[in-house]
Design a protein around this ligand. Structure first.
Ligand code: GDP
Length: 442
């Protein structure tokens, strides 16, 4: 995500850090570099101009230049301005309390990721305890309704298709269906075109008038760059949407669209979509995104992912592990938690400097294949072996290796790792019982 922009901004800061004291010339050079980096990321030129002017004005003060840590102050100023550019604070989905069902309508161009986003939003709301219904109002793209039905089926969310009806009637019918079947949110997927088109706009306006949505969200493909600004402005004028779902941020989007949209249209980004999986839709936090762009990581993101992945069983398991030691089943469970959090790459990308590290290692150098290998070996163990890995002798090792398609050396390495982890758990247990949990003692 935004790799090139992120690299260039961090290079600029690295140069400033190397200087100690900063002169006005140093700031001018840095601001020129930031300007170029943003323009190359395809950020709208007016947005870049305003952004750089704001940063420069705040940096060129004696407070910053004469401070003991001028480069840190510059980074902080750029971070503040970037956060502001992205919308300052989280913009929540606003659903009326006293209305059932609530209605959310999605608009956008064809291929922007609308249908996928509708399903992901349903999944997210379901996780929050809502019972959504999806309405398939894109009757022009032949596969759209089928695609929504398949996605809905996978997520256990019903899809109202109203086959053959006019999209406005399908939307109305879906709301009635929700009333009849006690569903509390209807998510309306509307038709898109490859380009702005009067008939598409009018249809969106008509659906909006018919079902009076609580929220209209525009799905915007992050790969589009600043060209999207015209499209978004047009949709804003006609449909007066409430916020943006920025899709495909997992790709190699340069960042232009995401960084321009708020300033140019005044509409907030509410969600970002980072992949094709149903749980890849996330609430957008401007401050966290700004930190990620500047290579400072997103530790709150990791905590969120861990909380989402954690369940009561996990907590009970952790307590048992501490009490009785680690079994191979525990290890398997931990690997599955890493997957639930989005995989190794996602976790590393949220660490400070993580995106850069992944970039330097080459896109696919870190993936979940090592998890898959370990899982295969553990799954080739018998229940007794998993519960008590000490019994795994030479013969059992070669059977496990054969069963999982791995080598005996890999099985040995896994058992060694297990042994080390268990020793560590033993030390934690001993310290917990002696009451000394200071980091020094660990
Ligand atoms: P629609 O025409 O706007 O309904 O677009 P779709 O929902 O059919 O999405 C178009 C394509 O983009 C599909 O192949 C999706 O799988 C893909 N897509 C949608 N959202 C994302 C995302 O966040 N990341 C990635 N990598 N692909 C996405």
């Amino acid at each position: 995500m935004f790799n090139s922009l992120s690299d260039r901004l961090q290079d600029t800061f690295d140069k400033l850090r190397g200087k100690g004291r900063l002169t006005e010339d140093d700031i001018n050079v840095a601001m020129r570099e930031i300007r170029l980096a943003l323009l190359e990321a395809d950020v709208n030129f007016k947005v870049v101009k305003r952004f750089v002017a704001a940063c420069k004005e705040r940096c060129m003060t004696s407070e910053v230049l004469d401070s003991l840590t001028p480069s840190q102050n510059v980074v902080k100023i750029v971070l503040d301005e970037l956060t502001e550019l992205l919308g300052s604070t989280e913009s929540k989905l606003v659903l009326a309390q006293n209305r059932i069902p609530n209605v959310i309508m999605l608009v956008g161009l064809q291929g922007s990721g609308k249908t996928t986003a509708a399903a992901k939003l349903a999944h997210l709301l379901k996780r929050q305890g809502k019972s959504p219904l999806l309405a398939a109002c894109d009757v022009y793209r032949p596969a759209a309704a089928d695609q929504l039905a398949t996605l809905g089926g996978e997520l256990g969310v019903p899809v109202y298709r109203g086959d053959g009806a006019h999209p406005v009637d399908i939307a109305r019918g879906a709301v009635q269906e929700a009333v009849d079947t006690l569903r509390d949110v209807v998510i309306v997927d509307t038709a898109g075109r490859l380009q702005i088109d009067e008939a598409m706009m009018q249809e969106a306006v008509d659906i909006k008038a018919a079902v009076r949505p609580d929220q209209v969200l525009m799905v915007v493909d992050a790969m589009t760059g600043q060209d999207i600004v015209n499209v978004v402005s047009e949709f804003a004028e006609r449909t007066d949407f409430d916020g943006v779902i920025m899709s495909k941020l997992d790709g190699d989007a340069r960042g232009g669209g995401a960084l321009s949209v708020r300033q140019v249209t005044g509409k907030p980004i509410k969600f970002v979509s980072m992949g094709e999986k149903p749980d890849s839709l996330e609430v957008f936090h401007p401050d966290r995104m700004a930190k990620r762009i500047l290579g400072m990581g997103d530790l709150y993101g990791i905590i969120d992912a861990a909380q989402q992945a954690a369940d009561e069983e996990q907590v009970a398991r952790a307590e048992k592990m501490l009490r009785e030691g680690l079994t191979m089943d525990d290890m398997l469970h931990q690997l599955q938690s890493i997957r639930k959090m989005g995989g190794v790459q996602k976790i590393i990308s949220m660490l400070p400097g993580g995106e850069r590290m992944l970039g330097q290692m080459g896109g696919d150098a870190v993936d979940d294949s090592s998890l898959t290998r370990i899982e295969a070996m553990i799954r080739s163990m018998t229940p007794e072996e998993r519960a008590c890995p000490k019994i795994i002798n030479g013969m059992r090792r070669s059977r496990i290796a054969k069963g999982s398609g791995r080598t005996v050396q890999e099985v040995n390495a896994l058992l060694k790792q297990w042994g080390e982890m268990n020793r560590m758990m033993g030390r934690i247990r001993a310290m917990a019982s002696s009451g000394d949990m200071s980091p020094k003692a660990m």
